[in-house]
Design a protein. Structure first.
Length: 46
């Protein structure tokens, strides 16, 4: 029974950590995409 409870706690911790990391990753990807678009526009201007 203790093993089952521990497994659930670990699963919840991993889920919450993954959610937070995923959110940060999505924000970084969004910034990178905006940055790439801005640099592409600058390259076209050159």
């Amino acid at each position: 029974m203790i093993i089952v409870i521990a497994a659930i706690i670990i699963a919840l911790a991993c889920y919450l950590m993954g959610f937070c990391i995923g959110k940060r990753y999505a924000e970084e990807q969004f910034r990178a995409m905006r940055g790439e678009l801005e640099t592409e526009e600058q390259d076209d201007g050159i």
